[in-house]
Design a protein around this ligand. Structure first.
Ligand code: UTP
Length: 309
């Protein structure tokens, strides 16, 4: 029987069944994961990230009102034929790239009963090997290799790995929070920590630290058995954080990688706007024109204090 750390991680699970209430009314008809960040859905950035990390088998956990996600990752012969007829090779390549980036599978959650419940729907697809979870609205900049580092930590230490971000104590009540201690180990550059406790959205004065769990996980398959027994927690939802807390209590290794790069929660309106502006300004095709306009626009803005809502 191989030890957990000798089983390579090959599969990614992307939960996209949430209701997206922070982005209503747009999300009445458009899943938040398909909102365009420049010219491609947030979700495409995330599938591309999984593929770059070597995870070419992707399962999306979808729900009602999310059929457009399946359409997006399907071939579109009519559009392709029209582009071919026009000889528009660049756009044709972009359309192909969106479907060919990974082998994408789908399963339905049925009812949005929480992230833990969404992940549990992946049990049959994953089987008995470690797997990654990438939240469908959380973009990590392509120049930051967070997922690759997490996969390396999992291969070294076994067990499960979470991505952590210092959000400041005043914001921690919106996140899963962790208690940590130094981890040690060959890939430990100070960013790798051992997780000793987890709690979902704690009151600020009860939070174990200002380190929040963000939307990347590499999980041991043992998490499925724990999720089956995890009762609804915070907000009446089955929380992945609670299942990870149980794994820690049972002595299973859970590590954290403290991230210091660029991350956008595109399910949050302000972060979504920041993602569009930053990624557009860095694009080779749109960036030069957009930056010129942006600089003029910013120069004309009223002083910061006066412009804040
Ligand atoms: P969020 O908490 O950001 O999603 O979950 P939400 O509930 O849609 O957001 P708001 O607060 O109502 O705006 C993080 C990820 O987990 C998925 C979401 O689709 C998102 O990608 N999720 C959440 C599920 O797949 N199922 C659930 O039951 C809950």
């Amino acid at each position: 029987m191989p030890t957990p750390s000798t089983r390579p991680t090959r599969k990614a699970v992307i939960p996209v069944a949430g209701m997206g209430t922070r982005f209503l009314p747009a999300t009445k008809a458009v899943p938040k994961e398909l909102l365009p960040v420049v010219d491609r859905p947030a979700l495409q950035y995330i599938v591309e990230e999984a593929a770059r990390a070597g995870l070419g088998e992707v399962l999306m956990v979808t729900g009602r009102n999310k059929a457009a996600i399946e359409d997006f990752f399907d071939r579109q012969p009519e559009i392709e034929a029209a582009l071919e007829k026009k000889g528009d090779a660049a756009r044709l390549a972009a359309v192909h790239a969106s479907t060919e980036v990974a082998q994408v599978h789908f399963v339905r959650q049925g009812e949005a009963r929480g992230l833990g419940h969404a992940v549990l729907q992946a049990a049959a697809f994953v089987g008995d090997e470690p797997f990654a979870v990438l939240l469908g609205d959380d973009i990590i900049d392509a120049r930051d290799h967070l997922l690759e580092q997490m996969l390396q930590v999992q291969a070294e230490h076994g067990g499960s790995v979470v991505a952590l971000l210092d959000v400041g104590r005043e914001n921690i009540d919106k996140y899963g929070a962790v208690a940590v201690e130094p981890a040690g180990g060959p890939s430990d550059d100070g960013a790798v920590v051992a997780v000793t406790g987890l709690v979902e959205k704690p009151p600020v004065d009860e939070a174990p630290s200002s380190l929040a769990i963000i939307g990347r996980y590499v999980l041991a398959p043992e998490v499925f058995d724990v999720l089956r027994e995890t009762a609804p927690g915070r907000g009446g939802e089955i929380q992945l954080t609670d299942a990870l807390a149980t794994l820690v209590e049972r002595g299973e290794p859970v590590h954290g990688v403290v991230f210091s790069g660029r991350r956008y929660d595109t399910g949050d309106r302000l972060d979504y706007l920041k993602a569009v502006v930053q990624l557009a300004s860095e694009r080779e095709d749109l960036g030069p024109g957009f930056r010129t306009w942006l600089a003029e626009f910013v120069a004309d803005l009223p002083a910061a204090g006066a412009s804040e809502a």
